[in-house]
Design a protein around this ligand. Structure first.
Ligand SMILES: [Zn+2]
Length: 398
C-alpha cells in the first residue's frame, strides 16, 4: 500500500503559485483581492506570490482601475512572453508542432507530412521540429518550459508507453518521453490524447473555468479526459477514460482489444469510415477524408443513426457516474460532424434532476477544433505543477 504523499513547504509554495497563475489564466485579469477570494489563499500569501511572479515576469500589472467607490486596484494578467512551451502531435499521416507563449497563443507552427513511422524514425523528426520551432521566434530560451506530446492511450503501468497497435504500430513498450528528452534537452511530458485535449479545452476552450467536465475525444477511437472537482483525473495507471472499450453491443463487432461490441466500433471516426466503406483511410489526407465524410449523404445518416444510441447511453452513464457540469465533444472529428452527432443524440435520456434549470448545456462542442490535442500538449509543461524549468523561472529575481 502506498501512503498518501505529503507536501513540504517548498512544494506547497510551488502549488500555490500555480493556483494563482491558473486563476488568472481561466478568469482573465484579476486584482489581488479577487485572486485571494477565488483561491482561498490569504491576502498576505497572494501578495507575496504576485510580487514573486511579477518579478520573474510571469505576471504583469495592468493599468490601475478605479471604481466609483473605494480604492483603485491593479489587475494582474498573464505575461504572454513570460514563458514558452512546445506542443507536439504525432498522427498516422503527419507530425506537427507548435510553439505557444504563456497565454496559449500559437507563435509558430510546423507540420510535416509523414508515412507511419516507428519510434526510432519518429523521435528524431519530432526533435528537429522542436528545434526549428525554437528558431522560428526570437525569445529567451531559458523561458522554454518544456515539450508536451499527446499520444493515443492506453498506457502500461509505467506510463509513457503507447499500446495502440492500429494507430501507431511498433510503439508498444517504447518510452517516448526519455527518448525525446535526450535529444531536445528540456523536460518532455507525455499524456494521452483525450486528457491533453481536456487540458487544452479547460485552458482555452468552452470548458474554461469549469471544475467538473468530461471531454469526449472522438478520433480513430473514442476516449474521455476528465476534470472532476477541479482536478484532472487520470486513474491508477493513467487509463481513466478508456471508455471506447465499454461493451455496448453484446456479441457485436470484433474489437482490437479482444472483446466484441466495444463503443469504439460504433462511435469514432474509424467506425464512420468503416460504415462509409472507406477501406483505407491512411491513403487520404485529413481534408480529403473530411470532404468524403461530409459528402456521403444517406450513408452518413446511416452511421449517425447507428452511433446515436450508444452515444446517448454513454452520456447517460457519464452523467450518472461523475455528475459533470457538461460533456464536451471534441477531438479530430470535424466540428460539423460532431454537431450533427450531437443533434442526432437528442432527446438525451432524462437528466439526474429534470427540474434543474441549467446554465450550461449538457453537451457542448469543443472550441479548440483540430488544434485541440496540440494545444493540450503545449499546455502540459505549463500545467504541470512539478516542472523543474518552471521552478527555475519562479526563483525571485535578485
Ligand atoms: Zn475494445
Amino acid at each position: 500500500m502506498k501512503a498518501i504523499s505529503g507536501t513540504n513547504l517548498e512544494q506547497a509554495k510551488a502549488h500555490n503559485r500555480r493556483v494563482v497563475i491558473e486563476a488568472i489564466r481561466t478568469n482573465g485579469p484579476l486584482s489581488r483581492a479577487a485572486i485571494a477570494r477565488l483561491t482561498a489563499l490569504t491576502a498576505q500569501t497572494v501578495s507575496n506570490i504576485v510580487e514573486e511572479l511579477e518579478g520573474s515576469e510571469l505576471l504583469k500589472a495592468d493599468s490601475p482601475q478605479k471604481l466609483a467607490r473605494g480604492q483603485p486596484f491593479t489587475p494582474y494578467s498573464i505575461n504572454p512572453d513570460g514563458a514558452y512551451s512546445i506542443g507536439l502531435e504525432l498522427e498516422r499521416d503527419h507530425a506537427a508542432g507548435v510553439l505557444t507563449d504563456l497565454s496559449g497563443t500559437i507563435r509558430a507552427r510546423i507540420v510535416r507530412p509523414i508515412d507511419p513511422l516507428t519510434p526510432e524514425q519518429a523521435i528524431p523528426i519530432l526533435a528537429v521540429i522542436s528545434k526549428e520551432l525554437q528558431e522560428a521566434l526570437a525569445f529567451d530560451r531559458n523561458r522554454l518550459l518544456g515539450v508536451g506530446i499527446a499520444m493515443p492511450g492506453r498506457y502500461a503501468a509505467e506510463g509513457v508507453t503507447s499500446l495502440t497497435p492500429i494507430a501507431l504500430p511498433g510503439w508498444q513498450h517504447f518510452e517516448v518521453g526519455p527518448a525525446l528528452e535526450r535529444l531536445v534537452g528540456v523536460p518532455v511530458l507525455v499524456e494521452n490524447d483525450a486528457t491533453a485535449a481536456a487540458i487544452g479545452e479547460r485552458l482555452y476552450g468552452v470548458a474554461r473555468g469549469l471544475s467538473s467536465f468530461v471531454y469526449l475525444f472522438l478520433g480513430g477511437g473514442i476516449g474521455a479526459g476528465m476534470f472532476l472537482d477541479g482536478h484532472l483525473y487520470r486513474g491508477s495507471r493513467a487509463n481513466a477514460g478508456e471508455i471506447g472499450h465499454i461493451v455496448v453491443e453484446p456479441n457485436g463487432l470484433r474489437c482490437i482489444c479482444g472483446k466484441r461490441g466495444c463503443l469504439d466500433r460504433y462511435v469514432s471516426l474509424g467506425a464512420a469510415y468503416e460504415h462509409l466503406e472507406i477501406s483505407d483511410p491512411g491513403a487520404y489526407t485529413a481534408d480529403e477524408l473530411e470532404a468524403m465524410v461530409e459528402g456521403a449523404g444517406p450513408a452518413l445518416d446511416g452511421w449517425l443513426d447507428a452511433a446515436a444510441e450508444p452515444m446517448r447511453r454513454t452520456i447517460d452513464f457519464l452523467e450518472l457516474a461523475f455528475d459533470p457540469q457538461t460533456i464536451v465533444l471534441g477531438g479530430p472529428m470535424p466540428a460539423g460532424l460532431l454537431a450533427r452527432l450531437a443533434a442526432r443524440m437528442e432527446p438525451l435520456y432524462p437528466p439526474v434532476d429534470p427540474t434543474e434549470e441549467r446554465r450550461i448545456p449538457r453537451i457542448m462542442i469543443a472550441a479548440t477544433g483540430k488544434d485541440t490535442s496540440i494545444l493540450g500538449a503545449a499546455a502540459l509543461p505549463v500545467f504541470s505543477e512539478t516542472n523543474p524549468q518552471f521552478a527555475v523561472l519562479q526563483k525571485p529575481v535578485a
